[in-house]
Every structure is written in structure tokens, then in C-alpha cells.
Design a binder for this molecule. Sequence first.
Ligand SMILES: Cc1cc2nc3c(=O)[nH]c(=O)nc-3n(C[C@H](O)[C@H](O)[C@H](O)COP(=O)(O)OP(=O)(O)OC[C@H]3O[C@@H](n4cnc5c(N)ncnc54)[C@H](O)[C@@H]3O)c2cc1C
Length: 447
Amino acid sequence: MKEILWFRRDLRVRDSALLAYAKGEVLPIFIFDTNLLKKLSREDRRVSFIFYWVEELKRELCAMGLDLAIFYGDPVEIFKSLKKQKFSRVLCSVDYDSYALERDKKIDKIIPMMPLNDAWLIDPAQALKSDGTPYKVFTPFYKSLKPLWNAHTIEEYQPSTYLRKASFDYENTISVESMGFRWMRLEPFLYQSPFELLDAFKPKLNTYQENRDYFYLDATSNISTHLRFGVVSPREVFNYLRPLPQSQFYIRELFWREFYNTILYHFPQSQTRNFNALTIAWESNEEHFEAWCEGRTGVPIVDAAMRHLNQTGFMHNRLRMVVASYLTKNLLLDWRKGEAYFASKLMDYEACSNIGSWQWAASTGADAVPYFRVFNPYTQSLKFDKDCLFIKQLLPQLEVLPNALIHKEYGLKDWAMFIGDYPTMPIVDTKSSRLRAIERFKESQTP
Ligand SMILES: Cc1cc2nc3c(=O)[nH]c(=O)nc-3n(C[C@H](O)[C@H](O)[C@H](O)COP(=O)(O)OP(=O)(O)OC[C@H]3O[C@@H](n4cnc5c(N)ncnc54)[C@H](O)[C@@H]3O)c2cc1C
């Protein structure tokens, strides 16, 4: 038996289904996929993040007596050339986004693949209602998993014994720069081990439910990027936090990730189409879209959030909801534009969570916010950043202004000489744009 262990969204050796199911002689590999890389900006921070953790994975595999061969190219071509070495199968983690599904179908014809459910707590194929149909609403989905969240631990995978390193040239000649990218300096926590992050989060667990929306506080676990690339498994996160008192609300959030994965699995068309059959007459104002992307809408909370995303690849969950509501309701622009922009910027970009959450905010998705509930961005900033700590950090132009003006629509209009290049007027009026959205959504509901 000679097997390929294709690490892709599971960059770890602990709790690894690949290492548990592997047998005999193995070739662990990672591929920097040119089909994906060619779509990215040269300054994409995720390439540096992945590279850092792939090198760590190589070190960890070496410590186990194995190694990691790192490739750069088209996976189909790479597997065609590996086929010559008579591998019996490829073990890898499942991936349900549309590109990955197509790619895996082709590779399976070259060397049989054995996809393993290693990035999720549950197998989405098994997550069905008693009538055999998939869940579309979160609460019953969550309730159905009661035995799982009542369990305080989920069994983790142990590596198979007697694995042998297949003979291969394991020397790595690939670097971030050789692939045409800039080595980007990342937020320091991204270099930290997931357990350091979870340790730092532990004392905040008790207040997570109350504090998680205050985006100027560091009240959440910051684990999403590590989870996305499998530097930590969801089982490890669950096992680490679940036994602690007051963990249930946090675990519920982890199940949103599972929920969106089951939605994408059962409704793959929702990647590009409204989950609910609605035909919404979206606006097509490119200037508004650009102002949103660049943080120039004149709405301080929206602009601070977008500038933070552009500078770091991160955005707090509350702010993601605010900017998504602003784009799809106040600007009445198609959620797919926002989803694609987030996909190009978010460090933790995960197709299922991003698509699911955008469709939630746009009121087109599974268990979505009702279309008439439009966030008022000024109320949100007053409630969750009263002292403008986050907003003023990202928009230093507003430093001299009284906070009350920042939380007030048209509050900046007489302050042009104090706020430099920051817009004095919002690009749309929140009240009239809200009414326009409600009307437009109402029209789309009629058959
Ligand atoms: C418009 C929009 C787009 C989003 N896009 C993504 C995305 O591409 N990738 C992503 O991982 N999350 C996405 N989210 C969900 C959420 O914003 C992030 O998971 C969270 O901000 C990550 O920070 P954290 O790890 O500190 O979260 P915590 O609050 O510490 O939560 C712990 C974990 O639970 C999961 N989680 C929490 N909330 C959600 C949620 N609403 N949906 C799905 N999973 C959740 C995440 O895995 C997260 O790491 C999106 C939310 C919105 C509103």
C-alpha cells in the first residue's frame, strides 16, 4: 500500500483523519494551487499565512519520521505525474466549494480519492430532518445536535502506527516570493499556536455572550483563520472549551459554521444564486460599490470597518453584519458583490460561512434576517462603540470631533475643515434608502 496524504485545509498533525486512516508507505503533500493563486492579489496575506503553517506542518511531520513534499502548480497535472509512482489512493479532507468539487472529480479519475470529513464536527450528508430533507433553519438544526453538544468531548483521531515515509525528493525550493507574492507581515496572533489563542480566550468565555458584539473589545476567540486552514480542528476547539462553565453560547457559534456547511453541501446552487427564489431588482451603482470597498461612504462605522478589513484582512462579526446590511439594503447592491469582495480580503474566508452570512444579511438566505429589519449604522455605532475607540483608531481624521457627531447622520456636514479628506456627507440617506429597500424587497416577494 502506497498512499498520498494530500493536506489542504487541515494543516496539522494532531487530530488528523489523514494520518489516522493512512496505512503503510505514505507521501504527505501540499499543493500551492496555481488555479487559485492566479486569482489573488500579489499582496494577499493568506499566502503568507498558509506558507508559514505549511512549513510548520513539514517540521511536525519530520518529527514523526515523515516529511512533506511541497508543490506549486495545477493539481491535475501534479497527480498525473505522481500516478507514475503507483500510489493506490489519495487521502484528503473534504471540500465542498464548487471549484474544489470539480477539481476533485478530475483527480479521482487519475488516482482514487478518499475524502475524509476532517474540517467539520458533523458530516453534512447525515444532517437531515426526520423526513429525510435538509435543515433550512438554524434552531432545529442546532437542537438536533443536542447529544453532540451535551457530550463534553468528541473523540479525536490518533495517527496510525507504523507509517513509513515514501521515498521522494522532499527538499522545498518554493517560497512566497518564488510564487510571485510579497511576504506579508501578519497580525501577531496569526503566528501563535491555536492553543495559545484558546488559552488567552479562556478567561473571556464567561463574558463572551455579553461582550462579543463590542467590536472595540477583544472579546472573541480570534480562532477563525486557524480553523479555516485546519491549523486547529473543530473537535480540538470543542474539546478545549466545552468542559468549561458557560461554554454553551460559544459552542452554539461553532455550530453556525456547521450549519452553513450543511447548507452549502445540500444546496450548492446557493453559492451563486439566492437561496430563496426571489428576484430582487438590485441597483448597479459602481461608484457606491467602490466607496463601500474603500471605506468612503461617509458613514463612520462602515468606513472604519472596511478600512480595517483592507488593512488587516479582518473584520469583527458585528461589523460584518453592519457593512453587509448597508451594502445590500441601504445601497441596494447585490450580495454577490459584497461576498466576492470579502472573499478577496478576509483572512478567514470560508465559502460556506461567507455565502451563508451574506445571504443572511441580504434576506435572501436560509434562516435570514427579515427584509424589513435594516440595521441603522448610527444606532449600531452608538450602541457598540459609544466612545468611538475603534472608529477613531481607523479614522484618525475624526479624532477631534465630539463622539455624538460621529453617531449622528449628517453630523459631519459642518466640519469639513477639521476632517481632512474624509467625506462630510453620507452617499445615501439611511431613512430613504431603508424605505427604498423595503419596497424593493416587498416587490420581490410577490409571485
Ligand atoms: C457577512 C459575513 C461574512 C462572514 N464571513 C465569514 C467567513 O468567510 N469565514 C468565517 O469563518 N466566518 C465568517 N463570518 C462569521 C463570523 O464573522 C466570523 O466567524 C467571526 O467574526 C470570526 O472571529 P472569531 O474567531 O473571533 O469568532 P468567535 O466569536 O470567537 O466565534 C468562534 C467561531 O465560531 C464560528 N462562527 C462564529 N460566528 C459565526 C457565524 N455567524 N457563521 C459561521 N461561523 C461562525 C467561527 O468559526 C468562529 O471562529 C461572516 C459573518 C458575516 C456577517
